[in-house]
Design a protein around this ligand. Structure first.
Ligand SMILES: Cc1cc2nc3c(=O)[nH]c(=O)nc-3n(C[C@H](O)[C@H](O)[C@H](O)COP(=O)(O)O)c2cc1C
Length: 212
């Protein structure tokens, strides 16, 4: 169905995708590219076909700066919660590129979309949330294919971001994504490069028949 070249390109994109903080070039994403990336997100699978996500595109520099300030406060609070040695490791790590990326995409999750009788969410309520996360992953991979970087920012108070994008209960903002053209993608994740935490080999994650 797909050529070997197309298949290899997909694996390359999956392998090369990075969480980006420092490599945004400062250019703004072109509208047609943004549309393709959002369309890819909107193609994600979703429980009961509910498509429980919405995407709020934030580009006003003042609003980007306001959110960056909120995030800086959350970062400080996390740093202060760390023991001395971890704090020293954490200090040089950049955790967001909110203003430099020039575009924020806030992904929201609406658990009420689709009503009460959602096919597939009867016993696993979080399957709605999982669906919205899959939209984010589609966006992330499509953006990588387009030569863009994406940085997921979760250093925020949910109530702050809910108010920021005008969402009302039960709708939850679940991610702020910094999206923009990049000068390059790092080969090694930042948290590994800065000695915060190493990844683990596939063999450790794959199990036969059970976890026992
Ligand atoms: C749910 C989620 C929240 C994250 N929040 C942040 C964040 O607030 N700041 C940050 O710098 N990276 C954040 N990341 C990125 C991870 O640190 C990153 O994915 C991980 O270190 C692996 O690196 P890679 O994505 O470049 O492979 C988040 C990732 C996920 C999936």
């Amino acid at each position: 169905m797909f050529t070997a070249q197309a298949r290899d390109a997909l694996y390359d994109i999956i392998r090369m995708r990075r969480d980006v903080r420092a490599e945004f070039s400062g250019e703004e994403i072109a509208e047609d590219v943004l549309h393709r990336v959002l369309a890819a997100a909107h193609h994600a699978p979703s429980v009961g076909n509910t498509q429980p996500w919405d995407f709020v595109v934030v580009r006003d520099p003042e609003r980007l700066a306001a959110f960056a300030e909120h995030v800086a406060g959350c970062r400080r609070a996390f740093a202060e919660s760390l023991p001395e040695d971890r704090r020293r490791t954490f200090d040089p790590i950049k955790v967001e590129g909110i203003t430099e990326s020039r575009t924020g995409i806030v992904v929201t999750y609406d658990p009420a979309r689709g009503g009460k009788h959602i096919l597939g969410r009867h016993t696993v309520d979080e399957s709605g949330l999982f669906s919205a996360v899959l939209a984010i992953q589609n966006l992330w991979l499509a953006a990588t294919a387009e030569g863009l970087g994406v940085g997921w920012v979760s250093f925020y108070e949910e109530e702050f971001l809910r108010d920021f994008v005008g969402a009302h209960d039960p709708v939850r903002p679940i991610a702020w994504l910094c999206v923009g053209p990049v000068s390059r993608l790092q080969e090694v994740p930042d948290l590994e490069r800065f000695g915060w935490r190493q990844g683990r080999p596939l063999d450790e994650a794959v199990h036969l028949e059970s976890l026992r």
